[in-house]
Design a protein around this ligand. Structure first.
Ligand code: FMN
Length: 192
């Protein structure tokens, strides 16, 4: 197996975090990895806010969904922000801002895993108050929070999350999502 695939598979959405601070040089390498992602016309539409002070962490953690209780332990959270006007908007609904932010976030996540961290993107948070309190302009989309930290003990995880921490990985079979040379999956009725 190619080594990159092994490393990609090593990443998983773990939840058992330690509160230990992440050193600044590690933070900087992780953020550098994000900024080296490709983007349409090299527009680099991503904007990141690194949350690492006690005050900023407390603020952001106040707006997590209840199910994301495990993220309260994180010493380092990255907010990913963008806006359609920052990137290519091309024919046939191709708006590339969110796509390019996704590429950057995956680079960030993989570098974090390589540094021995857990890196877990979430959508379970209240974007409007977080934007307001951190001064993010209203028209920007706060698309994800990446919860980071060194692996920690599992005693605070609920039963479901404890099981997920060690469960088999779950992916659709390749045949359901990958086609070769033409569209060979079912097509919705009345579609061109
Ligand atoms: C956009 C996005 C939003 C997610 N939101 C949450 C979340 O709010 N809470 C959570 O515990 N996990 C969240 N996850 C993690 C996914 O549940 C997880 O990636 C998925 O179940 C696959 O598991 P794996 O990453 O370990 O392979 C999110 C992942 C992504 C990419």
């Amino acid at each position: 197996m190619g080594s990159l695939l092994r490393e990609i598979q090593e990443r998983r959405a773990k939840r058992a975090l330690d509160t230990r601070k992440v050193p600044e040089d590690v933070v900087r390498r992780i953020m550098a990895a994000a900024t080296w992602a490709p983007s349409c016309f090299n527009n680099q539409p991503w904007r990141f806010i690194v949350i690492e002070s006690e005050k900023a962490l407390d603020t952001v953690k106040g707006y997590l969904a209840d199910g994301n209780y495990w993220a309260q332990k994180s010493p380092f959270i990255v907010l990913a922000v963008t806006e359609n006007e920052l990137d290519c908007r091309l024919s046939d609904t191709r708006n590339y801002a969110l796509f390019d932010v996704g590429l950057a976030v995956e680079s960030l996540v993989l570098q974090a895993v390589k540094e021995g961290l857990v890196a877990h993107p979430i959508a379970g948070f209240k974007p409007v108050p977080i934007k307001k309190v951190l001064g993010i302009p209203g028209k920007y989309t706060l698309i994800t929070l990446v919860i980071l930290g060194y692996p920690g003990d599992e005693s605070h995880l609920n039963e479901k999350h404890l099981e997920l921490e060690h469960s088999e990985r779950d992916r659709k079979p390749m045949e359901e999502v990958v086609m070769f040379n033409s569209w060979t999956l079912e097509r919705p009725d009345n579609q061109d």
